[in-house]
Design a binder for this molecule. Structure first.
Ligand code: FPP
Length: 239
């Protein structure tokens, strides 16, 4: 990819297929998540290498709490490890221009994880190249509900008039406020669903699907998605 103008400004990625990857190898599902976390690191780094300004990874949905407690605990441990690592690599990440942001309803996460997230976000560099959003306890409908509650509260106090609510008002109350909408959404593992990911923001996104399971996903797969994206003609409802 040489033409930077053909690069998406924001890529959304649904990290799917970890369980199947592990099962195929006779491993515990959690081994798939551990490998998936490595791929998350590799693809984040690649986004920064090639100059993609925003990337959002779907790491844990509002529905994922239904999984066995042991699996949920391991995924939480993976987040802890990543956050400790971010603490240790603060300078290296800042030099690279990484800005990390956790999105979703974080209020129900274990307290130590919330503390680590607060610390990481407070120490994000002022100058950044790539923003990495990690969606945790995220659901697009829950996000819109939360936005509606905040906007209604402003109407109630008289701060805002109902007739002045615009699409921009709604967008500004989403977890991705001040970020461009995703241009491209990638879902590996042979599933063709959005699964409550970036519901509002994906209105005009291009979709790219692949049968590769997330733990096997490589920068070459990512390049294929980018090349396909660059060939698409986006008209946003025009001609
Ligand atoms: C979906 O695959 C994956 C998850 C619910 C967990 C994804 C989380 C990670 C990869 C860890 C990311 C780490 C950081 C630090 C952001 P699945 O289990 O539904 O797979 P299956 O459909 O094959 O069962």
């Amino acid at each position: 990819m040489t033409d930077k103008s053909a690069l998406p400004q924001h890529v959304g990625i649904i990290m799917d297929g970890n369980g199947r990857w592990a099962k195929k190898r006779g491993l515990a599902r959690t081994e798939g998540h551990k490998r998936g976390a490595e791929v998350f690191r590799a693809i984040s780094t690649y986004c920064s290498d090639i100059g993609i300004p925003f990337v959002t990874f779907y790491a844990f949905s509002t529905e994922n709490w239904k999984r066995p407690q042991q699996e949920v605990d391991v995924i939480m441990d993976i987040f802890r490890d990543f956050l400790h690592e971010a603490e240790d690599r603060q300078q290296e990440n800042a030099e690279r221009g990484f800005r990390f942001h956790f999105i979703g309803d974080l209020t129900v996460l274990p307290e130590d994880i919330r503390g680590l997230i607060d610390f990481m976000e407070a120490n994000n560099p002022e100058r950044y190249g790539t923003t990495v959003n990690v969606a945790v306890n995220y659901g697009g409908r829950a996000e819109l509900t939360h936005a509606a509650q905040q906007i209604a509260a402003q109407v109630q106090t008289g701060e805002l008039k109902a007739q002045d609510i615009t699409e921009a008002t709604i967008a500004s109350h989403l977890y991705t406020a001040n970020q461009p909408d995703p241009d491209l959404i990638i879902r590996p593992s042979g599933e063709y669903r959005l699964s409550n990911f970036l519901t509002w923001q994906s209105a005009y996104a291009e979709f790219w699907f692949s049968d590769v399971l997330w733990p096997d996903f490589t920068t070459a797969d990512f390049d294929r998605a980018l090349a396909d994206y660059a060939r698409r003609s986006r008209r946003f409802g025009g001609v």
